[in-house]
Design a protein around this ligand. Structure first.
Ligand code: FAD
Length: 395
């Protein structure tokens, strides 16, 4: 199919990658229609409850710059100069990411970021339909069925090309895998997470150092906290999966989702292992009991496209564990790489193949680094020998 002839594309998912890609392609004159499962976050608020804030690095900023939205996003971002390590004895140690404030990362609020990108996508000319969940695809006939989950009504659409930015549980990927062999495999991590909140202090300010990514490393488990621009922190506690449905019983005395079930048990855990964090989280018990644990995994796929008819990107193509803070950054890089590949190649199948050849090795490398970084964050960031070795490597 000659993309110059039609320049029309259907995107599934208006999350982070979907809305950024919609901007980049609309700016290039493509007619972009986006279908999103959830409601419009500008009307009813953001339905997620998962990874409320994210670390934005230069890779991601570069993509935002290319789409002309960097300033709008950075206006709400909080600078993080380094990792603030919280010892069990209450000690604090800031490990800077670079030599000065030119080498930092940023904490961004997922909902604010998504809304900024959606607005820009519509301004650029993209059409976004909410409450449209991709259900099934007939690739040969060029029809897709979408469902409105509010009334279960089906909506059928015609398409020339589908691009799946519908996240780790991608429905488009499931349909592509039924059509051809993609050798799909997800390796779930044996740890999951729960999110908690540190509200602003009595004076309305941040309760702890705002310009840092806080880590409470405790060997086989850990807590982290990222600042939000409304003076709160989102705390994420990572624990072994034992105790979750379909997971084995605990083999050690380490806390796990088996030993920490109730609000009282999570309070006891914090009192013992994160004592300086405990007074910062007044709604600890409620947060714990109301937030479901989030599973984490790495998605491996042999290929990302079905000739010129369908392509996956972002988490739909290469979901990864969050310990390098690079899933979104990598998804944003995908968007720029795809737009540029489509600039270079008049035929979509060739553009998709070039995109896949460029991005797949990169994504695989970041996925591996993200897995390695979990061990470093939870077990080694407070080890003086390890830190000395890192300094020597850097010198
Ligand atoms: P998503 O953001 O998941 O968006 C997918 C969109 O598709 C959603 O809007 C969804 O509603 C929609 N959708 C889903 N199914 C359908 C369907 N059938 N039909 C229509 N629409 C559908 N990354 C970082 O770079 N830095 C971090 O600090 C970071 N921290 C993280 C912390 C945690 C705990 C987790 C879990 C992840 C973290 N990530 C981080 C990773 C980041 O969240 C993802 O990589 C990023 O959200 C991927 O964007 P995406 O657009 O591909 O997918």
């Amino acid at each position: 199919m000659n993309s110059e002839q039609y320049r029309e594309l259907t995107l599934i998912g208006a999350g982070l990658a979907g809305s950024l890609l919609a901007i980049l392609l609309s700016q290039r004159g493509w007619k972009v229609t986006v279908y999103e499962r959830r409601g419009d976050p500008r009307i009813k608020g953001y339905e997620s409850g998962r990874s409320i804030n994210l670390a934005l690095a230069e890779r991601g900023r570069h993509a935002l710059r290319a789409a002309g939205v960097e300033d709008a996003v950075m206006a709400q971002a909080v600078m993080m100069r380094g990792r603030m390590i919280h010892g069990l004895d209450g000690s604090l140690q800031l490990q800077r990411y670079g030599r000065d404030d030119s080498e930092v990362i940023w904490s961004v609020h997922r909902a604010d970021l998504n809304i900024t990108l959606l607005r820009a996508a519509e301004r650029a000319g993209a059409t976004v339909h909410f409450h449209r969940r991709l259900h099934t695809v007939d690739f040969d006939a060029g029809y897709a069925r979408l469902i409105d989950d509010r009334d279960d009504q089906p909506h059928d659409i015609r398409f020339r090309t589908l691009v799946g930015a519908d996240g780790a549980g991608s429905a488009l990927r499931a349909e592509m895998v039924r059509k051809a062999d993609f050798d799909e495999y997800t390796e779930f991590l044996d740890h999951s997470y729960k999110e908690l909140t540190i509200p602003p202090g009595p004076d309305g300010g941040f309760r702890i150092e705002p310009h840092a990514l806080h880590i409470w490393p405790r060997g086989r488990y850990m807590c982290i906290a990222l600042p939000n621009d409304e003076r709160t922190f989102t705390v994420t506690l990572f624990l072994p999966n034992h105790g979750l449905p379909n997971h084995a019983a605990p083999g050690t005395d380490d806390p796990s989702f088996a030993s920490v079930r109730s609000g009282a048990e999570v309070r006891a855990l914090f009192a013992r292992d994160f004592p300086d964090a405990l007074p910062l989280i007044p709604d600890l018990e409620q947060d714990w009991e109301h937030h479901p644990p989030g599973l984490l995994g790495t998605l491996y796929l042999d290929r990302w496209h079905l000739d010129g008819r369908a392509l996956l990107l972002g988490d739909a193509a290469h979901a990864m564990v969050p310990f390098h803070g690079q899933g979104m950054n990598c998804a944003f890089e995908d968007c720029v790489a795809l737009a540029e590949a489509m600039d270079r190649h008049g035929v979509l199948e060739q553009a998709f193949a070039a995109f896949e050849a460029e991005r797949k090795p990169n994504a695989a490398a970041i996925q591996a680094m993200a897995l390695e970084n979990y061990i470093e964050m939870r077990d080694r960031v407070d080890d003086p020998d390890f830190l000395l070795q890192r300094e020597l490597e850097r010198a």
